[in-house]
Design a protein around this ligand. Structure first.
Ligand code: ZN
Length: 323
């Protein structure tokens, strides 16, 4: 494992994750008056071992750890927060809305949750059996994710000073509803979580419990990043980004093209969400990938529907039509 210094006082700790991205980049910020950690990684034995190595190398037990900030509630970010907090005696912090989303996601699920989940996927073309399989996948996704007992909430745009660092906490929607990004205006550094990645297009999906229009939220959030002075963006996966604005433009272009493709595919007539997904992602997908692909397709459908370019006919399954 290579722990590297990316700027003065900014260290990247790559924590292994059993996902296609391979690692979550966690960051240790040294303010000269204690340290601050961004993201914790997923809870696996390998990840704990990697943190133990980093704790030893960076002398974190001896440092004053002022907080462990979790950008969003996905397992590869929140997973190890409770453990790391205990290990370092440091508080876990999240955006207030994201903390609430995490609590909702991790509460015991009931029959009502299953009914909503099954109806959502059957509405978009899955059979009941497939929906039950996906439910099992969802439970596996939740497994091993522990909500820390205490999480300090942070308000959007909150600014605070730690030693020589000033930190601004920004809230961004779309990937999750309240993902938190940390901006260091003096250093012109932005920790982007999963909101902006160098190569991968961050997942923006409509889920059974989504409300509103996630793609619209995502694009509006991205657009706000254009107003920030950033020389270096440090994402939670892959490599650093040295031209954030160009990457934001590329993400806008990706979504524009994808929207056009959806409209193009609907020329041949009404389709279910699942049929549309299989055409849009023209390659074999296993269940895990297909769930994300369907979610992304539906996010585009909802976006285009709210723009008036698409209509849906109610039913089980529902059909999607171009206007
Ligand atoms: Zn992630």
């Amino acid at each position: 494992m290579t722990i590297d210094t990316l700027a003065r006082g900014i260290t990247r700790v790559p924590i292994p994750v059993p996902l296609p991205v391979h690692t979550t980049n966690c960051y240790v910020l040294d303010s000269g008056d204690g340290v601050f950690i961004v993201d914790a990684g997923m809870d696996t034995p390998e990840a704990r071992e990697a943190w133990e190595y980093a704790i030893g190398t960076l002398h974190l037990r001896e440092a004053h750890v002022r907080g462990i900030f979790v950008t969003h509630f996905h397992p590869d970010h929140l997973g190890l927060a409770a453990w790391l907090s205990g290990r370092l005696g440091a508080p876990v912090r999240m955006m207030g809305g994201e903390r609430e989303a995490a609590r909702q996601y991790l509460r015991p699920w009931t029959q009502v949750d299953w009914d909503r989940f099954r109806d959502f996927y059957m509405t978009h073309g899955l059979t009941r059996v497939q929906a039950a399989d996906w439910w099992d996948l969802e439970q596996a996704f939740r497994q091993g994710l522990t909500m820390p007992l205490h999480v300090e909430p942070i308000q959007p745009d909150h600014e605070e000073y730690q030693g020589r660092l000033s930190l601004v906490f920004l809230e961004q929607g779309g990937h999750t509803e309240h993902q938190g990004l940390v901006w260091l205006p003096k250093q012109r550094i932005l920790f982007t979580g999963d909101q902006v990645l160098a190569r991968i297009t961050p997942n923006v999906s409509l889920w059974p419990n989504s409300c509103g229009n996630p793609l619209q939220e995502y694009l509006e959030s991205l657009d706000r990043l254009r107003g920030l002075d950033v020389a270096l963006a440090l994402p939670a996966h892959e490599t650093p980004i040295d031209n954030l604005h160009a990457r934001v433009d590329a993400l806008f272009e990706h979504h524009r093209q994808r929207g056009e493709k959806v409209l193009e595919l609907l020329k041949s007539g009404g389709q279910t969400g699942l049929e549309l997904t299989c055409q849009l992602f023209d390659r074999p997908l296993h269940d895990y990938q297909l769930r994300f692909a369907l979610g992304e397709t539906l996010a585009h459908v909802e976006y285009l529907r709210q723009w008036g370019a698409i209509r849906v006919t109610e039913g089980m399954p529902q059909r999607i039509w171009r206007r």
